[in-house]
Each structure stands twice: as C-alpha cells, then as structure tokens.
Design a binder for this molecule. Structure first.
Ligand code: PBG
Length: 330
C-alpha cells in the first residue's frame, strides 16, 4: 500500500541538492560519450563547418590533439568521418578500400599517440562516392544491396587492419553485419567489435553532416530505399533482431531525440548495449536556439544527454561530447 498526501509528499526528497543527488535514478558521466570527429587532409588545418557552429574538420595533427583532449576528459571512444578530397571520389567509392586513405591514416595516428582511446569507424561508401550514396548505384539510380555489401566487407577489413576498434556500418544494406563478422573472424580480428547502425532512419536531421563530409551537393535523390521510414517502429525491432543474430555487439538508433520511443523499445525487447546518435541536425537545433537567445546551452546539452540514458542507452554519440564532459568534470 502506498501512502498518500499528506503522509506522502514527493517534494520532500527534492527539497535540497544533496537529497536530489541521492535520489537520482540515472547518471550521466563522460564515460557515456562517443565524440564524432571530421578528418581532412593537410597539416595544421582547421575548417569550421558553417551549419555545425563550433564543430570543425581537423587535419591529422588536430585529430590527434582532439583524441588527447578526449582521453584527458574521460571520453572512452571517438567516431571518425573523412572529408575525402573530391579527386579521390568515384562512382564505386574505391578510395574506401585504400589502406592509406584519410580514415586509415587517422586511425593509425590516433592509435600511435593515444592508444588508450577507442576508435569507432563508419562503414558506408558515401564519403567516397561521386553520387553521395552509401553504396553502389545501378543505371536506374538504385543502390544495389549485395554488391554493396561485398564492398563494405572490404572497407571494414581495411579499417580493422589500420587498427579500428569498433566497426560501425551506417549503410543499412541487408545482410552486411553477418558478412563483416565472418570476414573479421577469418582474418583474426576476433576482438574487433561491431556497433550496427541497426535502426537508422531516412531523416531530415542529417543536413549539416552532409556539409561536413561534403556530400550535400553531390547526393542524387534521397536514401529512402535503404534507410528506414520514420513511420515505422516494429520494423526497427526486426532490424535490431537481424543485426544481433548476425553478430552485432551493440546496436544504435539514429537520429536520437525524435526516436527515444525506439530506443526504449529496443532496450526493453533485447536488453543489449544500445546507443543513440544525437545527429548533426539535433546539434544544430540546440546551437541555433542558443544563438537566438532562446536556450541555455549547458542545461540543454545535459538534459538531452540524460534523456538518452534514462531511455536506456549505454552511451551517446554527440558533437557536444567534449563540452558535456567538461561540464560533468567541473
Ligand atoms: C552516412 C552517415 C550519415 C550520418 C552518419 N553516417 C548521413 C547519411 O546517412 O546521409 C549522419 C550523422 C549526422 O547527421 O550527424 N553513412
């Protein structure tokens, strides 16, 4: 039997800061954060991204400095995305398989300089193709599943050989998780993890990311034939079930805040490590609101990140990772 007012007053435990801390049901720490970083060619280069205020592309030296900063802040893992020079982009995205591409050089530079930090690498062809799609496109403009999956297996192996700790396929092709897992096992990469972008929606929230990797102007059409329809939730559970059966170590839901219901359902149904990607458009919404004087950045960053933890996430990919870690360490 639960007591009721006035014997029970829920405000009683909220009345002081020590008590609020004691009764907190969820914790957020820097260990919950994955920091996405954009890599570009050159030396000493920092290129601010206009639609992602406060986020830049960094050349390898800057990327290593960010990795050091992240490790010092207690952030356990980085996520890397390359801005491939345009002369290296092609129809088939073959630069993705070059063992000396920007991504592989970034992985090696970070692992040499800051070996204690985890490196997660995105598997998908979009930063390497001239059409901006995540896979191989036929004459009709359709992204072909099975030949794309073959290319993604090679891309994943290329990243694992360079030292990637976590392979994160973001392409939404069918069957690729199982194919990548067996290829990794066959090459002796038993401890290389796979974090599947399992429920990735075709979303209006990816715009600034496409600026960051310079695919916005290139993209022909949309990604609706491979990314999920935002009307669907049951289908997300089927995607997650398949990726887990194929060998994913953890799953991701993307975007983040508009899909908290999906996170909650995935966690309840499968009880596996579940991550959210608070994507570029979500970051831009917060920063735009702050610039307009409509929001308090620090409070909004911490509240949104805590929401992911409360919904059941093990961690969150967020462009606010370093800022949030600084706030949490203060
Ligand atoms: C592409 C990829 C995208 C993002 C991560 N990997 C964009 C897309 O699918 O077009 C988006 C991340 C963000 O918006 O922050 N494979």
């Amino acid at each position: 039997m639960t007591a009721s007012y006035p014997a029970l007053r829920l405000r009683r435990t909220r009345a002081s800061a020590w008590s609020r801390r004691l009764h907190a049901e969820t914790v957020l720490t820097p260990a919950d954060l994955i920091w996405p970083l954009f890599v570009t060619e050159g030396q000493g280069v920092e290129e601010p991204i206009a639609s992602l205020p406060g986020v830049s592309r960094w050349s390898l030296d800057g990327i290593v400095a960010r990795a050091r900063e992240a490790a010092d802040l207690g952030i356990p893992c980085l996520a890397l995305f390359p801005n491939t020079p345009s002369h290296l982009r092609s129809d088939d995205g073959r630069e993705a398989l070059n063992p000396d591409n920007l991504m592989c050089r970034a992985i090696r530079a970070i692992k040499d300089a800051v070996p204690e930090i985890g490196v997660l690498t995105d598997v998908a062809l979009d930063p390497y193709t001239t059409h901006g799609h995540d896979g191989l496109v036929d004459e009709a403009g359709y992204v072909v599943n099975d030949s794309t999956a073959d290319a993604l297996v090679q891309q994943a192996l290329t990243q694992a050989r360079a030292g990637s700790d976590v392979i994160a396929p973001s392409d939404m092709m069918d069957g690729r998780i199982g194919m990548i897992r067996s290829a990794l096992e066959a090459e002796g990469f038993a401890n290389v993890q796979i974090m599947a972008y399992a429920a990735k929606y075709a979303s209006a929230f990816y715009g600034p990311f496409r600026d960051a990797v310079n695919t916005r102007g290139l993209l022909k059409g949309d990604k609706n034939t491979y990314q999920m329809d935002h009307a669907n939730a049951e289908e997300a559970l089927r995607e997650v079930a398949l990726d887990l059966a194929e060998g994913a170590d953890s799953v991701m839901v993307k975007p983040g805040l508009p899909y908290l219901d999906i996170i909650r359902r995935v966690k309840a149904e499968f009880r596996v490590p579940t991550f959210a990607y608070q994507v570029s458009g979500e970051y831009a919404m917060i920063e735009t609101a702050v610039a307009a004087g409509a929001a308090d950045r620090d409070a909004m960053v911490l509240e949104t990140l805590m929401a992911f933890k409360r919904a059941g996430c093990s961690g969150v990919l967020t462009y606010h990772a370093a800022h949030a870690a600084r706030l949490l360490n203060a």
